[in-house]
Design a protein around this ligand. Sequence first.
Ligand SMILES: [Zn+2]
Length: 456
Amino acid sequence: MSKRLLLLNAGVVTMNAQRHQYNDGAVLIADDRIVKIGPSRELVNEIDGETEPIDLRGHWILPGLINTHVHTSQQLGRGLADDVDLLTWLHKRVWPYESNLSEEDSYVSTLLCGIEQIRSGVTCFAEAGGQFVNSMGRGVAELGLRGILTRSTMDMGEGLPSQWQEDTNAVLDVQIANYDRWHGKANGRIRVWFGLRTIFNNSDELIVRTKKLADSYGAGIHMHVAELREENEFAQATRGAATVTHLDKLGVLDKNFLAVHSVWLTEDEIQLFAKRNVKVSHNPAAATRVLGFAKIPEMIDAGICVALGTDGAPTSNRMTLIDDMWLASLIHKGRLLDPMVMPAEQILAMVTCDGAKALLWEDEIGSLEVGKKADLVVVNPNTATMLPMHDPIANLVYAMREHNVESVMCNGRWLMRDHKILTVNEAEVLKEAVQRAKAISQRAGIEIPNRFNILD
Ligand SMILES: [Zn+2]
């Protein structure tokens, strides 16, 4: 008989369909799965010589959080592109940075990003696409996280760095090779999807062939959609319709399509997303900084599955999903002058059960239920920033910070215990990340002007 783990005496937010919550609950884990969940007074009887009990009095247990849009390979570019216009951001900072990244840089970037994910309670994320899926795969396998990997995929576009100029066949072949190498690896924690960067960088032929491939592999498609107002103008001028309307004409909008940002949608296009069962990844920090306010409450009302994401470090700086939960809850209240929109229970669903649906993984993750994978977060609310707990669900969204995330488990294995990262050497990763970040920026010739008069 294998060793079992019994988490006892905690508040347990299951996020199951009935939204069951135990104020004094317990979760029994065997190997990588949850085998029992219920009141502590019942599960305490499960303690035997093969079961390790862990008393979590005063703590809360949540399903592992799901970040549906991250650029792990941009992590070493944090701080390279703040307070600049979009063209400077893209052509002078982020493209030079990303096109000068080596495979090993991308690996260290994934580790750094992964540590920030774990520290903020994330157990699963969807990578939006750097170049080196092998590096990301290595990183995710070592970190112990769960992840969907996607290669940044472009077959056209003005001003692209020369090493990114590839034809349609080549970019599809690389993705098939990535799929064959990584899908299902790391005990099933890694999955591979197909990527489309944006309509600016993807031909119609690529979009159509990607849809066919994703369907034949049973995979999803991850694409930035209608993120900028200029994007719709571009699509209108070059393809004859705004992005979403055009994508629908190409037949790509479907239940396995994850549309990121989706800020500039008309009412009709929102209805189209709902009809086609398209999933949306809302990234409130990126939206607030540069894109605009997506009509998220309206999308949820239309029945669209909306999840949350952090985007990349040069866009939103904080890869801490907890901060995006807080921001998502606030910005729509402000936009609509309605404090009742985007309530805490909605936000919590976006980072758990709805996040799992968006990633087509709801059969195994997204809620704490018998038979599901043991992906969970232990929250310690006993800090000046989170007490008192009059309304626990509200506090978990509006007051929880990164320092309240005490322990994190993925696939039945602790990735962090009592704030200590257990899977990789955090101090070494930090040191190497700083050295590599400096070298990349020098190699790329990126100049960041001083903001103050430096005296030394
Ligand atoms: Zn992105």
